[in-house]
Design a protein around this ligand. Sequence first.
Ligand code: UT7
Length: 330
Amino acid sequence: MGVNILGMGAYVPEQKLTNDDFTRFVETNDEWIRTRTGIVERRMAGWEPTWYMGVKASMKAIERSGIDPAEIGLVISCSATADFHTPSMASIIQDAVGAVNAGAFDLNAACTGFVYALDTARRFVDSDGGMKYVLIVANEALSKFLDFEDRGSCILFGDGAAAAVVERSSKLFASALRSDGSGAGLLCARALNTASEIKTEAPEGFSDSFPELKPHKLFQNGKEVYKFATQALPKSFELAAANTGITKDDIDWFIPHQANIRIIETAAKKLGVSMDKFIVTLDHFGNTSSASIPLALNEAIEKGIIKRGQKLALIGFGAGLTYGGIILEY
Ligand code: UT7
């Protein structure tokens, strides 16, 4: 059994940051950012809490699905940039959208979050007495964790949210989720805000690959993550497609994690698929972590590019290091 994506919605902050705006914080320029990443501008949350962006995207998704929010059985928020350690973002969103009969929890698989959440949702709607609808929310405010002194990372990310209401369906669905935690120190941010409370060395018998980290700031080893990403994207498709009889030629649209155009181009080449089949929105949204795949999906649906009945491949990678793919019929 699979899922049917009933309706989607998105919310991005009004505030735009162009590449030129970054010259105020770091030594960079528009040309470098465009040619090395493909990013032209991104949105940055100002007054908006992360949960608020999730609520706005969810309301749109619910409205477009034409359902009564009281029939939602579960809310999953897959944010890597939650406003609170507790409560979950999902509980805040559940209340705000009137999902009065729903359970709620957060799931953090970083930029692969939407892929993980969609696969998780499928298992909830598919079980005995399964839920009628699950609301998945990918809401991210990377800007709150960015190190605006690090030109190698701060120029990459943006803020935004996208949500989807899904229901049980017999349509095509195949998935693969993976993690390689040996790369945990390559892309990370500590949870606590005060350095003094954090033990920096792993206890005896455990290895710790984390570098010296600034409190609460995102660290990235760009080169290593790049290498991982160019392997992980094609592998995510191949793992999801394994034993299904589906090949790359059956896929109408690939919706990859939107991190860097060069990563997507390399993945397309490795898969032997034309870039014309890849949905790309990173030029105007940057990398919005877990929101990047659903933001791209939502935009392509809104523009009429993705149509009902088409086969989609959602392929992601991110901190963890996580990766994973889903093949489904829209
Ligand atoms: O969802 C999270 C996933 N994250 C990613 O997917 C990130 C993966 N990594 C990347 O996309 C790329 O590695 C970056 C875009 C982060 C960096 O691109 P690169 O082509 O690997 O550049 P580099 O790190 O090799 O740096 C080349 C040069 C360096 O200068 P020198 O040492 O050659 O003088 C950097 O200091 O570019 C410099 N540089 C910059 N210059 C202008 C790094 N960042 C910038 C910048 N503006 N923003």
